[in-house]
Design a protein around this ligand. Structure first.
Ligand code: NAD
Length: 263
């Protein structure tokens, strides 16, 4: 039996106090899952947990943690298994690295990106795998970026680390498919969140433009002529996390309004 005593699936969603993580937590809660959510900042995380509980009537356990810190992914995995009595669904998400150019990225920036983006999701995943294998069920969905298909200017740490994450997830998908565990990634294009505004604000400062000019420029690049809404990405994550997505593994699916022009 892989559900809790009420027959509910149990999910851990990392970096879920706002943006794509929170939208995903909402979609899983709407599907009736009990949750552990984490983020660094306590106030916003507790508010997110309270909102999820009152809106969806599921159990929500907030854990304040910085996933980039040594030992944090293993600690979070153990805490989630304790709080929920087991984890059926893992959604890997984390804050994105600061923008830098490929030629100008320092060793410290590479190291930080490696710990924040690569190690956090990889170690969280491997910590939860033994119990998922034992129960013969698991859904692992990692939020990466459209940059794994087409690099985004000035986001080299994010791009390189997410490609490494993609290599890890694809290899793992093949290893654990026979154990009832699926492993997939979802690639946001430009989904309107705080991070998107922060990146556009930084670009406006670099290029001497304004935030609204940069937002409009981004929208003009997208065939749908608008940014995505977090819930539009979360809908796919929730499907991949569901029992229904039982024969889909090792895939990398963009949610980008047509932004990536290639096949
Ligand atoms: P966001 O900045 O709005 O939210 C980030 C969340 O991560 C927050 O809840 C924050 O508390 C949490 N967080 C950050 N660092 C953390 C850490 N070290 N430990 C624990 N929690 C941490 O970002 P978002 O737009 O929701 O993006 C989520 C992820 O998706 C990021 O990695 C981002 O780079 C990536 N992404 C987003 C888009 C997009 O269009 N929004 C596109 C491509 C990739």
């Amino acid at each position: 039996m892989t559900h809790n005593t009420l027959g509910k699936r149990r999910a851990l969603v990392s970096a879920a106090s706002q943006g794509l993580g929170l939208a995903t937590a909402k979609a899983l809660a709407a599907a009736g899952m009990d949750l552990v959510i984490c983020a660094r900042g306590e106030e916003r995380l507790l508010a997110a947990a309270a909102g999820l509980r009152s809106e969806y009537g599921v159990k929500v356990h907030p854990v304040v943690i910085d996933l980039a810190k040594t030992g944090a992914p293993g600690q979070l995995a153990a805490e989630a298994e304790r709080l929920l009595g087991g984890v059926d669904v893992l959604i890997n998400n984390v804050g994105g690295p600061s923008p830098t150019a490929a030629a100008l990225t320092s060793e410290a920036e590479w190291q930080k990106g490696f710990e924040q983006v690569f190690l956090s999701s990889t170690l969280l995943t491997t910590a939860l795998l033994p119990a998922m294998r034992k129960q013969g069920f698991g859904r692992i969905v990692t939020i990466t970026s459209i940059s794994v298909l087409e690099p985004i200017e000035n986001l080299v740490v994010s791009t390189a680390m997410r490609l490494a994450v993609t290599g890890f997830t694809k290899t793992l998908a093949n290893e654990v498919a026979k154990d009832g565990i699926t492993v997939n990634t979802v690639l946001p294009g430009i989904i309107h969140t705080q991070r998107i505004e922060d990146l556009r604000r930084a670009k406006a400062a670099r290029d001497g433009t304004t935030l609204s000019e940069e937002m409009a420029r981004s929208e003009a690049q997208i065939p749908m002529r608008r940014m995505g809404r977090p819930e539009e990405l979360a809908a796919l994550v929730a499907f991949l996390a569901s029992d229904a997505a039982s024969y889909i593994t090792g895939v990398h699916i963009p949610v980008d309004g047509g932004l990536r022009r290639g096949f």
